[in-house]
Design a protein around this ligand. Structure first.
Ligand SMILES: Nc1ncnc2c1ncn2[C@@H]1O[C@H](COP(=O)(O)OP(=O)(O)OP(=O)(O)O)[C@@H](O)[C@H]1O
Length: 709
């Protein structure tokens, strides 16, 4: 038979199986609905014992179908189908079909094996050197319920039976060459062996995934989350899994991957969305972000919350038995220090503050009495003054219940900041930080969120009845929770996740590590990062905070991925040049796919930016089927958006350099690379990130050629 005919015949064979799977799925659905209806009926019936037995069966069946339904709902034409693989073994005539979930027929025989089950492992791990009894591995590509194509690897050439057909040459390359949509796709059908090893690594301790751009770190981390939940649901499912990404754009980009594998209750949160009640909406300029992220802020904030609130009176006067008792600013300060020195967060210390204040007033009365040769009754004074309304009026302002946002805003006062920042920040840093906190026009920045979270813990919980008020106080915007679906509702400030995935971890500041660490006191970790893409200026400081976040004595295992699956070799060559002096040779991955299309570097006349960007975007929109990203320095985003407003299209996105982390596009227009270098203290690395976002085509527009090494 000719190759196309063989292919058609093989596709038809697989279609038969896929049809069986969907028929069975429909059956399961119908049965479930019928059982559910019957369940209600039985539930109201009289035969209690029988009902109980039936009910537990119903529950199991319902759960199974519930999951199947959910998975089906999330599979749309953009995704590969439910069944995506087949293994033919040397020692067994029955093939195994691998898919997104396990399905059995009425006789309880396997129709599809879940990709995470041990029986499916060979699909990812078998090689020609170590075939694991697999003669032929087949990737089946479906759209919905229709088989589009098959693609085979022969792993035991000597064992291929006469009637076995082999077609295709490379499901991976086909997958990599396909155009990209708005959201990341799962890679279940083509996970590579080095990736599979990471996905299936033990769940305990810290699993670190490093590797250059496009090596699949994010994809692998998400598949690992799905795998761990499947294999260790008892240990990990209840307390939950949290995935932390650099930005909302990023968590949105990856939001479809887990649901496509049937996992709908993993919580996805951007660094700016980790704290309930406040959202970080923008990035600070690099210099400011470096100050806010530094671990020096920890001490500074601890000092800040111990200060006298700005609107508290500087003196206390109260009349007792015809005599004025007075505490001046210094004396009040002494009382405050005394309360703080006994430890405990301020929001839990108000009663103690009242007592200490009353003691100080009693001391005053003693002094007066002594001078007049009288005796005074301390207990009586304390009881009486403690009940006075004016005393309480003073107390609530002098020792208010603190809110994180309020304490942080106190530091907009440069004088106050200089006082608490003494020995921690220099003059210039103080001016910069105070200026940023004074400017309320922009809302919170991403770096502010870690400061608010730190303060939240330092000042202690709000008394219960004021909880609601706190959420409103932190931020008027609604809480955005990034679950991948209809997961369980967790309480506010939940901190008991059993597993935390941190993506783009190279950029977390020490303060952000503290914030993330707080949420996983008992967690195991998957930490993804590439030191070469780091935009954090003080790596050792961040490394220390990171180790503290993981907790002591945690086992570490580290994997490095070395193949770049995203960029064409032509594009990656250019990117690698930009960081050649800053990366060890083995830190740069190898790009496996060539397209024959060299990236284009186009000089631009500074007077003609607008038309140049418009033209380049238009060309690339015509050249690729999928998405086109226009990447520029953070400051330039509004301007570039304006230039492209006439070309509005779902496929065309303008994105700032720092926000482009983790994203990818079919084609990229990079605007003025020299600006990406100067906008941050680790500029070349930021440029490297931007240059490695495109899968097929890249056009660099530059009026300043200094970026090219
Ligand atoms: N085994 C695979 N099969 C198909 N596609 C893959 C495979 N591995 C990775 N990819 C694709 O390569 C691209 C890059 O993957 P991913 O974004 O996970 O890389 P990354 O290492 O996190 O990159 P970066 O550090 O640049 O953010 C994605 O489109 C992903 O789907």
């Amino acid at each position: 038979m000719s190759e196309p005919r063989v292919r058609r015949a093989e596709i038809a064979i697989e279609q038969t199986h896929v049809d069986r799977v969907y028929t069975r799925l429909a059956e399961l659905r119908t049965q479930a609905e019928a059982m559910r209806a019957k369940g209600y009926e039985l539930g109201h019936g009289a035969q209690r014992e029988a009902v109980f037995e039936q009910a537990s069966m119903l529950f199991e069946r319902d759960m199974m179908v519930y999951h199947a339904n959910q998975t089906l709902q999330t599979l749309d034409a953009e995704y590969e189908g439910l069944v995506f693989g087949r293994l033919d073994h040397a020692s067994d005539d029955e093939p195994i079909y691998v898919g997104r979930l396990g399905i059995r027929d009425a006789e309880f025989d396997n129709l599809v094996t879940d990709w995470r089950a041990p029986a499916a492992a060979a699909f990812y791990q078998a090689t020609a050197e170590e075939p694991m009894d697999v003669v032929r591995r087949r990737v089946i590509r479906c759209s919905g319920q229709t088989v589009l194509d098959v693609d085979d690897d022969v792993l035991m050439a000597e064992a291929v039976p006469e009637n076995m057909q082999v077609v295709g040459e490379g499901a991976l390359m086909a997958a990599l060459g396909r155009s990209r949509g708005e959201k990341m796709r799962d890679i279940v059908a083509t996970i590579q062996r080095e990736q599979d090893e990471v996905i299936r690594a033990p769940w305990r301790g810290v699993t670190e995934i490093t590797g250059g751009p496009g090596t699949g770190k994010t994809a692998v981390a998400l598949h690992r989350a799905a795998y761990l939940l499947y294999r260790h649901r008892r240990q990990l499912g209840g307390a939950g899994v949290l995935v932390v990404g650099p930005s909302g754009v990023f968590t949105n980009y990856i939001s479809r991957v887990l649901p496509a594998m049937g996992e709908t209750n993993v919580e996805l949160r951007a660094l700016g969305e980790l704290l309930d009640g406040a959202t970080g909406t923008h990035q600070d300029p690099a210099r400011l972000a470096a100050i806010k992220g530094s671990s020096r802020m920890r001490k500074l904030l601890a000092r800040a919350m111990r200060e006298t609130p700005p609107d508290a009176q500087t003196e206390m006067r109260i009349v007792y038995k015809g005599e004025v008792l007075k505490l001046d600013a210094k004396e009040l300060e002494k009382v405050r220090r005394k309360v703080h020195s006994q430890g405990g967060p301020p929001n839990r210390s108000r009663v103690r503050a009242a007592e200490t204040l009353l003691e100080a007033l009693a001391d005053k009365a003693d002094e007066h009495a002594k001078a007049d040769g009288r005796s005074s009754d301390r207990a009586e004074l304390i009881t009486e003054l403690g009940e006075r309304i004016e005393f309480h009026r003073f107390l609530v302002v002098w020792w208010p219940i603190l809110h994180p946002a309020e304490v942080l805003r106190w530091l907009a006062d440069e004088k106050r900041l200089a006082k608490v920042g003494k020995g921690l920040l220099n003059r210039e840093e103080i001016t910069l930080l105070a200026g940023s906190l004074a400017d309320r026009s922009n809302g919170w920045s991403v770096a502010d969120i870690a400061l608010l979270d730190e303060l939240r813990v330092l000042i202690g919980p709000q008394p219960k009845r004021r909880r609601r008020a706190q959420s409103i106080e932190l931020d008027a915007a609604p809480i955005q929770r990034g679950t991948t679906g209809t997961g369980p509702q967790r309480p506010e400030h939940y901190d008991e996740y059993s597993h935390i995935v941190v993506d783009e971890s190279q950029d977390l500041s020490p303060m952000q590590w503290r914030m993330v660490g707080r949420r996983g006191k008992y967690a195991s970790w998957t930490v993804v990062g590439d030191p070469v893409q780091s935009s954090w200026p003080d790596p050792p400081e961040a490394a220390q905070a990171r180790e503290q976040a993981f907790g002591r004595g945690t086992a570490h295992r580290r994997f490095t991925l070395r193949t770049n699956y995203r960029n064409s070799a032509e594009i990656f060559d250019l990117a690698a040049k930009v960081v050649a002096n800053q990366a060890e040779a083995d830190e740069l991955p190898k790009a496996v796919r060539t397209t024959g299309l060299e990236p284009e570097v186009r000089p631009v006349d500074p007077a003609a930016w607008e038309s140049s960007v418009q033209a380049a975007a238009k060309e690339l929109m015509g050249a690729v089927e999928g998405t086109v990203g226009v990447i520029c320095a953070m400051d330039r985003v509004p301007e570039v958006e304006r230039w492209l407003s006439g070309q509005a299209d779902e496929r065309l996105k303008v994105v700032g350099s720092l926000d482009s982390k983790g994203l990818e596009y079919d084609a990229v227009v990079l605007v003025e690379p020299a600006e990406l270098i100067t906008e941050s203290s680790t500029g070349r690395r930021v440029l490297y990130v931007a240059l490695t976002r495109a899968t097929q085509q890249l056009t660099v527009l530059a009026s300043d050629p200094s970026w090219l090494p």
